[in-house]
Ligand binder design. Sequence first.
Ligand code: FES
Ligand code: MG
Length: 585
Amino acid sequence: SASGASPSSDTNQARDPHTLRSSRWFAPDDMRSFGHRSRLKGMGFDDIDYEGRPVVAILNTWSDLNTCHSHFRNRADEVRRGILQSGGFPVEVPVMSLGEMMMKPTTMLYRNLLAMEVEEVLRCHPIDAAVLMGGCDKTVPAMLMGAISADIPSVFLPAGPMLKARWKEATLGSGSDVWKYWDERLAGNLCDRDWNCIENCIAPSAGTCMTMGTASTMACVAEALGFTLGGAANVPAVVAEHSRLAVATGRQAVEMAWEKRTPSSFLTERSIVNGVITSLAIGGSTNAIVHLIAIAGRLGIELTLERFDELSRITPVLGNLRPAGQYLMEDFYHAGGLRALLKELGELVDTSCQTISGVSLGQQIAEAEVIDNDVIRSRENPLAVVGGTSVLRGNLAPSGCVIKALAAEPRLQRHRGVAVVFDNYAEMKAQIHDPELEVTADSVLILRSAGPLGAPGFPEWGMLPIPQKLLQEGVRDMVRISDARMSGTSYGTCVLHIAPESAAGGPLALVQTGDEIEIDIPGRRIHWHVSDAEIARREQQQPEPKPLADRGYLHLYAKHVMQADKGCDFDFLVGRTPGAEPDIF
Ligand code: FES
Ligand code: MG
């Protein structure tokens, strides 16, 4: 079960309330502080509720439009209970919710906005420590990025995955099995009634996608970085242990306030490397690379695609989890969870790294054991020897691109084929299933205008659908290339994150149907077989790009978002402003 700090401490050692950040709001005998205190009184609090106590904020990404966080109202009360147990003053602060299922065009458009909100909410309030409640994909990196930049003690509480879904004999996994059965439906193998049954049962509880999609990947990364209590990443959202985890996390935050355990006090470049290795060893989402680059950037650490690929070449995949493997998060939890997997990785993990608990990662995983060695493989019997995700380069992707090689059919690991190009998503959607479309199983499907600027927002369109006529012939994988991302629950031979993207003047903009393209995953190469002279000729005929928006958030976004190889943070958000707080009252 998840470990936590023991309930407090106000018994043994005296802790000086004047060292608390919040004391700058509440302690002085001046008019402004009178205002702060009198309005707390107006809320029904007495001196004893807050005097000398750390203020612990519960940053809650609950929303009725975030399907994965529907248990967060109750969990926030449980976190509150833990904060009270340890002598803190709990305050719940709602922040923007990013729910994958409802937001268009993509939550990725708003990751940096939530990161900014978290940073500024922490900065401007009398907050000594925070519990960050997130889970659905982008909420994880966004909250970590904001907390790192504000550098205020913060502990992450993952929403936890949904329970497993069952349909007839099959176990269903979020996302992955939707794509799979949708293809079967298009191929004519599934009736409407079955399709409706799947709709009714594929999301059986509150919580995040229970495959090793982006949410589960980033929860594991957060734990490996030391940002959660040990064991937090895999506890299913609706089991009793998740409630106990929430209470323990609240207690932990109070300790962190006294200890001033800020992100910069325990996170190092070695922690980031642990995060990368973890994302690879669990067979995690390709999105992790974008988020880890951005998280590292907030710490002032440059994580390059090269470094990521180097680590990919030495990291075995031990998590046998969908979409790369077989099992679901509930199985992972019962098999020993992330701590057991990290222990199995041995010397690949730097166990001297510190965590929010004030213990090393090594201490945190010391007692862990693998219960089921088919779910968590040994290093002698990995799901794949190396290479969860690979970085390719070539004249089509001068700044790199990525592919989850593990989720690609072996016959396509090296492939040369003729391009079928779609200018944008609408065109692709209108044409892909057209029986007249000239396409074979060996074609290379290309989608552009789907990057950070192009779509805009870098949507998860990278797993282009297989044309229906090919599905009916039994084709289930093809080479697909785009400047988009792909859902962590997706699979197939999909080359993603082409940088620079087409809308930023990348060569992908110039590819035409009929060009030959070659990918060589073991050789880490992507080559567009067109002469430099022809490329130069096409370049001259390119129209000037139009600005994305004249006003609003999109205007700010387009002006400042960086390309995929730089993590898509805003250029002005890189780094942190430690300890900064409003000085003038
Ligand atoms: Fe929220 Fe998948 S939709 S985690
Ligand atoms: Mg997702």
